[in-house]
Design a protein around this ligand. Structure first.
Ligand SMILES: *Cc1c(COP(=O)(O)O)cnc(C)c1O
Length: 330
């Protein structure tokens, strides 16, 4: 079976397991795990921010990050199919007391004209106050689309001027970086606070980080513990993340090439596939998923008529070619 349901399905390599086994550890709730501290410092530095916080999931990193910008009773603006809106099971409302207002764009774009027209910083005791804008890069449900850097810079400049925060859901910012060559620090610069995942294409078994200012991260450390996310000798997991940063970033280009193979097999223009995710519109989506499974390829629906396939570390060139042949037949 070639499993294209998600890039979270990767299993740690032997070399990653060896790095985990020899990790130096301490109690991270006491701030004494040297491997976690090294990972946090390294990731903060990559994005040009002051500090970072290791979290068990990207969802928790997002809740902490958005919560650092938006108080209970305020709103964040985001695209309608953003992960924070669709796939975090209402956490921002249930935990953060935050509401969302959304715009829609088929490629997940963050166009300033749309966003500025929705912005409501202070309309007295009548309307919810907008505190922040959230963007997702790459955009998962828009098929791994990369948001243009210029558009994000324009958004950030505007946000600074009007006093709004910018949250970047950078679960797959590594893919955007490899696809475009834009330095991670330039993506970091468009955000007040961001989240990044180690457990997607980078192939770590667990782990994400919230990245931001020293103050925002210090506050998030308290809120992480409150949510039950204070972890102890978690350097074992941070070591997997450090190993992934050393060995699994550049190779994402292979995943992108494999995704273009799959797109072509499905009759899409491969030039529309920016990174490692292909979303195919099929009126018979559930039947298509079942038929693909019979051909040895696992794919998943992400909407009533949307089928998603994701390439990753555990899908070799030969696997991608075999999957493409099977999908072309379907
Ligand atoms: C996977 C993902 C996350 C985090 O998901 P977890 O499963 O909670 O780690 C956040 N944002 C995007 C866009 C994602 O794809």
């Amino acid at each position: 079976m070639i499993d294209l349901r998600s890039d979270t399905l990767t299993r740690p390599t032997e070399a990653m397991r060896a790095a985990m086994a020899r990790a130096e550890v301490g109690d991270d709730v006491y701030g004494e795990d040297p491997t976690v501290l090294a990972l946090e410092e390294r990731v903060a530095g990559l994005f040009g921010h002051e500090a970072a916080l290791f979290t068990p999931t990207g969802s928790m990193a997002n809740v902490l990050a958005v919560g650092s910008l938006v108080a209970p009773g305020q709103e964040v603006l985001c695209e309608a199919s953003a992960h924070i809106a669709r796939a975090e099971l209402g956490a921002h409302g249930a935990i953060g007391g935050i509401t969302m207002r959304t715009w829609t764009h088929p490629r997940g774009r963050a166009e300033l004209a749309t966003i500025s027209s929705m912005f409501a910083p202070d309309m007295g005791p009548f309307f919810v106050r907008t505190a922040a804008v959230s963007v997702e890069n790459t955009h998962n449900f828009a098929g791994g689309a990369v948001l243009p850097l210029g558009e994000l810079q324009e958004l950030k400049d505007w946000a600074v001027g009007v006093g709004a925060g910018v949250h970047l859901d950078g679960a797959r910012i590594w893919n955007a970086h490899v696809a475009t060559g834009v330095p991670l620090a330039e993506y970091g610069a468009i955000a007040s606070v961001l989240s990044v995942c180690l457990s997607k294409g980078l192939g770590a078994p667990v782990g994400s980080l919230m990245v931001g200012s020293r103050d925002a991260v210090a506050e998030a450390r308290v809120r992480r513990k409150r949510m039950g996310g204070g972890m102890r000798q978690v350097g074992i997991l941070a070591a997997a993340g450090l190993h992934a940063l050393d060995h699994h970033v550049d190779r994402l280009a292979d995943d992108h090439a494999h995704a273009r193979l799959l797109a072509e097999a499905c009759g899409l223009d491969p030039a529309t596939v920016d990174t490692n995710i292909v979303v195919v519109e099929r009126s018979d989506a559930p039947a298509f998923v079942a038929a693909a499974a019979e051909h040895g390829v696992r794919v998943a629906t992400v909407g009533p008529t949307a089928v998603r396939m994701v390439t990753h570390l555990d899908v070799s060139r030969a696997d991608a070619e075999r999957a493409a042949a099977a999908l072309a037949e379907l």
